[in-house]
Design a protein around this ligand. Structure first.
Ligand code: SF4
Ligand code: SF4
Length: 69
């Protein structure tokens, strides 16, 4: 199941069927956009995103799509 998060022009999609919930994206994001809830990554505070693409690159399961990356 793909969860979509949108704020302005930015869209992040997290494929929960691929997410293993180990939180590499949480660690990689410099502005704390991600958290793991019930074993899956979710997005909060998306307005703070600086479009650095660290989350996409950090995910070992290719579960994250970012409209800017
Ligand atoms: S693109 Fe960068 S700032 Fe935005 S959610 Fe990913 S890691 Fe965080
Ligand atoms: S890095 Fe990928 S697999 Fe790991 S918690 Fe984040 S979205 Fe899920």
């Amino acid at each position: 199941m793909i969860k979509e998060f949108k704020e302005g022009n930015i869209i992040i999609k997290v494929d929960h069927s691929k997410c293993r919930g180990l939180g590499e994206c949480v660690t990689a994001c410099p502005v704390e956009i991600f958290e793991v809830a019930s074993g899956k990554a979710i997005v909060k505070n998306l307005a703070d995103c600086i479009e650095c693409c660290a989350c996409v690159n950090a995910c070992p399961n290719k579960a994250i799509e970012h409209s800017s990356c």
